[in-house]
Design a protein around this ligand. Structure first.
Ligand code: IPE
Ligand code: IPE
Ligand code: MG
Length: 274
């Protein structure tokens, strides 16, 4: 299993198409209300948008798509909405997994799954097992996920595994214990629905992601809207602490992306060539 250390230590190679896109799918409720429909109709419509987003990523060669489906704070919603969301999640897993599998999608679910009922937990496990060998796209659904929960569970597991090293941990010691240690950090973060906040999503992993906010509501986030987000990403200059001048300098023959702290950067790979 490949491990990736934090982008605050390593400068990842950046390419025109982001390798990893993470999305807060927000605005389902407002989409429904605009149409005088119950909020749940928006969630149902949102599942269709997920299908389209997966298709888009497969077509564009995006390797990792991570979707925030249910946050650790969403339990605060009315009981009926929470229960309908759980049913929708179960049904989507039952109906979509074989299609995802035949399209080469590996499905992962991250979050504190212990709070879900056992039928849902078994479905999650089965879906992950069925698709474990696929490598076209890794689709991660964050469910009962919180960025603080993730950092804390990683620290606790590291403390149990390596009590001898307490007090001397590096980023690279912690990251293998994060829920998404199988993926590089997101290159592009998208939030639909107009709010400009992270809402306790991937706090650690978004340290150097490019952030993109759009007013488009999630049920209306179609391929053209996704393409706009990618275009915006392609216009960014990802400096990772360096200067613009350093990015346009020709790469040195022995340049490495692994930089000891404080050393000057020679690699030109952070320039995104659209
Ligand atoms: C996001 O849409 C979906 C979930 C949080 C499950 P919302 O339900 O938050 O939609 P708005 O923000 O109320 O429009
Ligand atoms: C964030 O959306 C969580 C998901 C999309 C699953 P919310 O709509 O719950 O976020 P806040 O609470 O308004 O920030
Ligand atoms: Mg919302």
């Amino acid at each position: 299993m490949a491990m990736f250390t934090s982008s605050t230590c390593d400068i990842p190679a950046t390419v025109a198409v982001p390798r990893h896109v993470a999305i807060i799918m927000d605005g389902n409720g407002r989409w429904a209300r605009k149409r005088f429909l119950p909020r749940f109709a928006g969630h149902r419509r949102g599942v269709e948008t997920v299908r389209d987003a997966v298709k888009y990523c497969l077509a564009r060669g995006i390797d990792y798509l991570t979707l925030f489906a249910f946050s650790s704070e969403n339990w605060r919603r009315p009981e009926e909405e929470v229960s309908l969301l759980m049913q929708l999640f179960m049904r989507a897993l039952q109906q979509e997994v074989s299609k995802l599998d035949s399209n080469g999608v590996r499905l992962k679910i991250v979050g504190d799954l212990s709070r879900f009922d056992s039928a849902l937990q078994s479905l999650i496990l089965a879906a992950e097992q069925q698709t474990a060998g696929n490598d076209k796209l890794t689709l991660t659904l964050a469910a009962n996920y919180g960025g603080r929960w993730d950092i804390l569970q990683a620290a606790n597991r590291l403390a149990l595994a390596r009590p001898d090293t307490l007090g001397a941990w590096s980023e690279a010691d912690l990251t293998p214990y994060l829920a998404m240690s199988y993926a590089p950090e997101p290159d592009l973060f998208i939030r639909t629905g107009g709010e400009q906040r992270i809402s306790n999503f991937l706090l650690w992993q978004l340290a150097y992601a490019e952030l993109y906010f759009t007013d488009t509501l999630w049920p209306e986030f179609d391929a053209a809207a996704f393409a706009d987000a990618i275009s915006s990403y392609q216009q960014r200059e990802r400096r990772f602490g360096r200067t613009s001048e350093q990015l346009i300098a020709p790469p040195r023959p022995a340049a490495s992306s692994r930089l000891p702290a404080g050393s000057p950067a020679g690699a030109s790979d952070a320039k995104i060539n659209a």
